[in-house]
Design a protein around this ligand. Sequence first.
Ligand code: GCB
Length: 642
Amino acid sequence: MSASVLLAGTTSASAQQTSNKADLPPNLAAATPLITNIPGRVSAGETTSLNGSWQYIVDPYETGFFDYRYKELRADNPAAYWHDPTPKTKTDLVEFGWNDKYSLMVPGDWNHQKDQFVYFEGTVWYQKSFDFARKLAEGSGKVYLYFGAVNYRADVYLNGHKLGFHEGGFTPFNFEVPDSLLKAKDNNLVVRVNNTRHKDDVPTLNTDWWNYGGITRSVDLVEVPASYIRDYSLQLEAPVTKNAVVSGYIQLSQLDGSATADQKVHIEIPELGFSKDFTVTGAKTPISFTLPHLELWSPEHPKLYTVSISLPMSGGKDRLSDKIGFRTVKAQGKQVLLNGKPIFMRGIAIHEEIASEVRRAWSKQDALQLLGQAKELGCNMVRLAHYPHDETMTRAADSLGILVWSEIPVYWTIDFTSKEVFAKAARQLQEMITRDHNRASIIVWSVGNETPVSPARTEFMHQLINEAHKLDNTRMVSAALEVNYNSGKNVNLIDDPLGEFVDLVAFNEYLGWYGGTPDKCRTTNWATPYNKPLFISETGGGAKYGFHADSLTRFSEEYQVWYYKELVSMLGRMPDNWVGMSPWVLADFRSPKRNNPVYQEGWNRKGLFSDKGEKKAAFYILQGYYNSIKNEGHGWPAKTGH
Ligand code: GCB
């Protein structure tokens, strides 16, 4: 099966189950193709936020969905939770309803909001009533309901009708809202959210992070003219000369690629005095233009330009603005070139979590906190593990000048033999890339982490790499691989067959934490048969903040310091294609797999910051190393040779 069949989102076993889509057109069975740059539509007045307080019903038995014989409720059955529960007469029996007593904030995971939700995995129904004043006359505009992310499955109903469903906990989706459904007053929006883990989902049953559930990111209504700019791509072409060439495409609302009457799209970059019309003849039209005197985006100079794009002939006039940095990136030989020059990545891996409040991060303030900590460590790069983070994060990285590795949750042992699982992964990849392909900060799309080598897995991952290249040929594609530890005396090889297909060979290693003590680093060397840049996507050891002992004592800060000291001296002997690393991990994070009752208590302790935000002693070792690279090394680590 080709991935594109599923990317269209019209078929899946679970879609077939939901018979309650009544009188809606069939293309609304699943999410409709993504509209991009929601933040850039705010200034155009196209968005209405539905964030805030929503009401909820916890439904572990799925009573809102199944009858007492466990048959799906018919779409028109008033007992289904997507209907208005208000009794018509005082005699009516109604066994559900919405009440302020039962409220949750959106965005936000449910786990941290009420004690009863801490360990909850299952179904929670969310409800929001809202009024909607159209800006455009009925029939001359379109309204979409946009979700930043819902973990894991969302079934969405408006005024008793199903708009569709979406699977995948970390990527955005939207539905077109038919004109006939939307009322000026008292719209009844209901979302059935389910975060049950399944073997055949992406991720699968087993991960080393907390399965936060809920409507974890923003919800917006987006009102656009009938013809509008759905997506666009503006990428700087290499080599960069005095007259920089920017190319990409404009994609209008027509989805089938059919040619429409010519339309003019206007692009303006006021700071550069650039202003030009482009004739757009089909749904997706390639464009290209030159920009003289362009200041390139880089970590040292994160220059962003305000770009405004408008479709003046579209009746309502569609107009959006974006802040875009222009830079080139590519793997060439043994190096990664940013704007044509080799770069060394001083990274750190980050989970999307505010540990001190035991919750998912989502806001701009959250992003600035996490990326601010990375900056303090001396980083110019972050690995956003192990799933796409909120758009606030990649936008903040753009403005702070932090390079980003962005990943889909193809993690450990997902079912590599299943076409359905492949389709789920490919869909998340497509949603991640579609949302963020204009972010200068993003230099790597990662298709997974520590997947066990087998022919089925390598074929699966290879296909994902191909998909990523097809969707975006302007960035590197990679995956965090494992090490072949038995490959030779004192040499560990990164010879995973997937290395042949990635642009950047990345590997996770825990020498001195899993198996043996950090002094093993003294005799270990690293090598890869691939003539490509080599990146350490994880390395690290755990410590409980404030626990002091001798350095041989596990979970002491002294052990973690020892680990980082040995690591740093080993790094002097890395091969000459070594281009950077993102140690594991910025901050302690919640994980149900970490059950040492004294030192872990449900936390993975490999953070350089504690769960309360305190710096552990090892923070200063890595900070010192990164500072020495920045200062004495002028961007490059010192080599001590083998
Ligand atoms: C890994 C995984 C990461 C874990 C980490 C650990 O290799 O990629 O998700 O959390 O190790 O702490 O063991």
